[in-house]
Every structure is written in C-alpha cells, then in structure tokens.
Design a protein around this ligand. Structure first.
Ligand code: UT7
Length: 338
C-alpha cells in the first residue's frame, strides 16, 4: 500500500465560538475617566467601544461562554473533545491553569487541558500545538480558546493604554481529517524576540518582582511603549505572513481574508497597503471590541463568520503579534462541519 499524500492525517478547522461580557464601555465613558477624547481614540486606534467583564466574572467564565457557544453551533458533544487549550495571559489564578476549570464548566470532565501564554500571539501558538497533536495522532478533536480579562491588569489612570484593552473570549474546533492535500490547517510560522520584553509588560506580580503591599498600582498593570510596539507590529505582520505564504507556495492573491490581531486600525491599514491586499479583505472588528489579546483573532473570525463573509473553502491568513515580543501566523482553509 502506498502512503501517499491522501493518507496524511490533517487538522481541519471546523467551527467557531465567541463570548463577550455584557457591559459595554464607550469612548464617552473613558472621557470621564482620563484626559482623552472620542476623536483621539477613534483617529489613533479605530476603537469606538469595548466590552468589560462584570465584577464576578473571571477569564474561565468568558472562556466557558465561548466554548458553550461553539458546542451549540457545531453540535459537538463535550465528551467527544480530547484536548482543550486555553491561550491566556490573565488566568483566574497563578495556579491552577484555567483550562481544566473551563473543561469542568462545559462538561468536558476528564479532557486533557492546559493553558498556554504567548500574549496576543497565544491563540496562534495554541492552534499550532493542537495541529501538531492532531497530525501526530495524539488527539482527534481539540477546542482551542483565546480568552483574556485585560481590564483586571489595565491601569485606568493611564490614557496611553486604558483606551485600547478589553475583555472577551473566542474559540475554534479543530478535528482530524484524512482529506485532500490543500485542505485544513496548511501551515504555521512563528517566533519571538525576548530583547523587547520591556516594551509591553506587567512589571510586578511575577517571580522576578513579586507584588507587595508597597508595589505602586501601575507596576501591577500593563505598561507599553506604544510607538515601539507599533513599529514591531507593522513589520512582523507583513514579514510573518510573507514567510508563511512562501512556505505554502501561495501568494497574497490566493488569500480570501486576513484575520490579524485587532490592536489598531492603522496597523490593519498598513498591512493591507504593504501586503497588497484589498482593505475589505483585512477583517476589522476592533471598533466594537477593542484589543482583547488572546481572544482577538477568534473573535474576529466569529465576526466574519456571522457576517457571512467567511465562506466554506475560504483561504484565511491569521496573524498574531504582541508581548514577548512574540508573533505567529496560521494559514487555514475554512471547512466548517456539515
Ligand atoms: O496587543 C499588542 C499589540 N499592541 C499594539 O500593537 C499597540 C501598538 N501601538 C499603538 O497602537 C499606538 O502606539 C497607540 C494607540 C498606543 C498610541 O498611538 P500613537 O499615535 O503612537 O501615540 P503616541 O504614543 O505617540 O502619543 C502621541 C500623543 C502624546 O502626546 P504628546 O507627547 O505628543 O503631547 C500622548 O501623550 O498622544 C497622547 N496620547 C493621548 N491623547 C489623548 C496618548 N494617549 C492618548 C489618549 N488621548 N488616550
């Protein structure tokens, strides 16, 4: 028997789920908190409003909301899921990880479950991990979640960051498939540059500088060198995408949708221009949800799915970038269940 390309086990992305907390915070609300204006926020970032978790909600609650939505949409039983990965930088606790809690909340009682943290690129890394496990035969059905409650580590006195960050969760279903070559998850490209760790970080609260009673509040919150991260983001988005397309033997003209991390509308405009892809093919939902870190890409994917622009067979290029500094891109042919 010949083990040709048809026999190769592939990972297929077959469903999406999303959850946004109820409370909406508008730019007008922020005008009342810090010295900013709706005009500045919209023209410099593109954000109009964002969702903020309720006081009794933590990241596992948002993640479980997204997983329930996914199970409902796909008709997959919780007990059929072998692997649950939660990408997050804001777990409920330092220990235990979020994923087992989410598993129990959603009826996946004994599922293999763990967290992964690569900041705003975390969802891309988590997809790469699940893809590897499916292709190697370790698991058959995986749910990959991106969830963050950034409002808990946002300095609400810092106008340079508080207008950007928000809360939410999104997820995808990845299933084993023995279909034609050219289907499923077609490739990944990722990397990091730790020399930029201080450009986007929370200085206190880890093992290097544990938070104490005398730690200034701002040290336990996100601090960002916005201009430097902006430069990195615009460069790496284009470079990582190009490397991935080259590796896959495809060009940007083959791509139907670019689903990039929703950090700033100007970054998306720049990507469209530099990559030579029409702006309408570069998905944007940050105007309504802000920057939700690990949740950003699956939420954007759910947005285009619900808008009807994500069609079966669409070639989707997803790109994440953020703290670390880290980046990751995934090229996928969208093949929903049914
Ligand atoms: O999720 C990880 C990836 N994150 C990103 O990719 C974020 C990348 N960075 C950015 O998106 C942008 O750098 C920001 C939106 C954060 C900032 O935009 P910018 O155009 O780079 O502004 P800036 O930091 O250069 O500041 C320009 C001016 C400053 O005033 P002066 O010094 O020129 O007088 C800031 O103090 O804008 C001021 N400013 C504000 N003014 C009104 C900063 N934040 C605000 C604000 N409202 N909220």
């Amino acid at each position: 028997m010949t083990a040709g390309p048809r026999a190769r086990r592939r990972a297929r992305l077959t469903g999406v789920g999303a959850y946004l907390p109820e409370r909406v915070m508008t730019n007008a609300d922020l005008e009342a908190l810090v010295d900013t204006t709706d005009d500045w926020i919209v023209s410099r970032t593109g954000v109009h409003e964002r969702h903020i978790a309720a006081a009794d909600q933590a990241t596992s609650d948002l993640a479980a909301g997204a997983v329930r939505d996914l199970l409902r949409r796909t008709n997959v039983r919780a007990t059929d899921v072998d692997l649950l990965v939660v990408a997050t930088s804001t777990p409920d606790y330092v220990l235990p990880p979020c994923a087992p809690i989410v598993g129990t909340m959603t009826g996946m009682d004994t599922v293999a479950a763990y967290d992964t943290n690569a900041a705003c690129s975390g969802f891309m890394y988590a997809i790469a991990q699940a893809t590897g496990m499916i292709e190697s035969g370790m698991v058959r059905t995986a749910v990959v979640v991106g969830a963050d409650t950034l409002s808990r580590i946002t300095n609400w006195d810092d106008r340079g960051t508080c207008v950007l960050f928000a809360d939410g969760a999104g997820c995808v279903l990845i299933e084993v498939d023995e279909g034609e070559p050219g289907t499923g998850i077609l490739g990944v490209e990722f990397g990091s540059d730790g020399s930029g760790f201080g450009d986007l970080w929370v200085p206190a609260g880890g093992t290097r500088t544990p938070a104490t009673a005398s730690t200034p509040h701002g040290e336990s919150c996100i601090q960002m060198n916005g201009r430097e991260v902006f430069r990195f983001a615009t460069r790496i988005l284009v470079e990582s995408s190009q490397r991935l397309l080259d590796e896959a033997g495809l060009t940007i003209d083959d791509v139907d949708l670019v689903v990039a991390h929703q950090a700033n509308e100007r970054i998306l405009d720049h990507a469209s221009e530099r990559m030579g892809i029409p702006r309408e093919k570069v998905v944007m939902n940050l105007d309504r949800v802000g920057n939700t870190s690990s949740a950003s890409i699956p939420l954007a994917l759910a947005h285009v799915h619900d808008a009807g622009t994500l069609e079966p067979g669409s070639l989707v290029l997803m790109v994440g970038f953020g703290a670390g500094l880290t980046w990751g891109s995934v090229l996928v042919r969208w093949e929903p269940r049914g």
